[in-house]
Design a protein around this ligand. Structure first.
Ligand code: 13P
Ligand code: SF4
Length: 335
């Protein structure tokens, strides 16, 4: 083996990815397609991935769709172009498959805002509460939860408990507050948030709406309350995409990560999509974690089958229980 590759392979865990340059003349799209065939691999991507990665994926979806697809796949290898908790969920649900990710360090600020030891202490203070956790959390938090939810089924999961049942909702305070509002519940909220969805500027969006009176504001429920209050539609990434396909408006202000615009423009090329402006001048509505994945890293993780998601079996089983419950309730509801 080339000594550079041997050294890079040894350093994968430390760096998070295989730090070598693929041949610059290589057609990465063709190479990825070839590797999919040769290794019987399926490439799953979230909507926040860069357009090139979305274009080469076998399945693009929101967190629920990705978990459902990962659970059912017959492929030998799952290549996960998303953030760590998503690839980890795929491994939890389908442990006999090899799950690789372009960069092991693709974290999530929301997941990071809820460390399991702190959450365990918080939970112990409220022994009469059940725990509903948003899927954007670590396996450690999932293992401490009664049911997992995503942005597309959070209301359903919360309403699967009787109205008088006290609930802790973690880790997203914005999604939790929104579900409290639509269900009339009073869940105890963990104080976590997503760095991308908290950046939108109410003032700038208000001005943008004045300049584009026909434009509808569509928002992800991780956004803060003032943004959700003025939104015409609130939904998961898949929900937002579907809305723009079925709704008759021609213009949308999109309050979520910018990656979703690629599929919106592909599905409705005649419509205009305006990314909701952040409250500063940087491109902060790009998720810095999601965007750590590149086409080069994707090719390399498929070629060398590393970095791989490896899990402690006891933790995996404990984290699987509340995810299974979510998938069962979702399936019954036709989601
Ligand atoms: P979705 O499940 O709506 O795709 O959300 C994932 C996510 O990370 C939003 O920030
Ligand atoms: Fe996490 Fe926010 Fe990035 Fe989604 S957009 S992966 S919640 S940091």
């Amino acid at each position: 083996m080339n000594p550079d590759i041997a050294t890079a392979l040894k350093e994968v865990e430390k760096r998070g990815f295989l730090d070598i340059e693929p041949d610059p003349a290589m057609d990465l799209f063709a190479a990825i397609e070839r590797l999919k065939r040769e290794k019987n691999a399926v490439l799953l991507a979230h909507y926040y991935q860069e357009p090139d990665i979305q274009d080469v994926a076998d399945y693009i979806g929101d967190s629920l769709g990705l978990a459902q697809t990962a659970e059912k796949t017959k492929a030998d290898m799952i290549v996960f172009a998303g953030v760590h908790f998503m690839a980890e969920t795929a491994k939890i649900l389908n442990p006999s498959k090899k799950v690789v990710i372009p960069d092991l360090k693709v974290g999530c600020s929301l997941s990071d805002s809820c460390p399991p030891p702190l959450f365990k202490k918080f939970k112990e203070k409220h022994p009469d509460h059940v725990v509903v956790s948003y899927i954007n959390c670590s396996a450690g938090i999932k293992a401490l939860s009664d049911v997992i939810c995503t942005s597309s089924n959070a209301r359903l999961m919360v309403e699967s408990f009787p109205k008088e049942q006290p609930i802790i909702f973690a880790p997203d305070r914005n999604l939790g507050a929104y579900i409290n509002k639509v269900t009339g519940r009073n869940m105890l909220l963990w104080d976590g948030a997503c760095m991308v969805h908290e950046i939108f500027s109410f003032e700038k969006i208000t001005k943008l709406k004045l300049r584009h009176p026909g434009a509808k504001l569509i928002a992800h429920p991780e956004c803060e309350e003032p943004i959700l209050k003025m939104a015409d539609f609130i939904g998961s990434t898949t929900g937002l995409l579907k809305y723009t396909q079925s709704d008759s408006s021609q213009e949308y202000i999109v309050a979520t990560e910018t990656g979703i615009l690629h599929q919106m423009m592909k599905a409705s090329p005649q419509k205009t999509f305006i990314p909701a402006p952040p409250n500063n001048s940087c491109a902060c509505n790009d998720c810095p974690h999601m965007k750590l994945n590149t086409l080069e890293k994707l090719y390399l993780c498929m070629e060398y089958e590393t970095p791989e998601i490896i899990m402690d079996e006891d933790l995996r089983l404990a984290a699987k229980k509340p995810i299974d419950r979510m998938l069962e309730i979702s399936a019954k509801a036709g989601l």
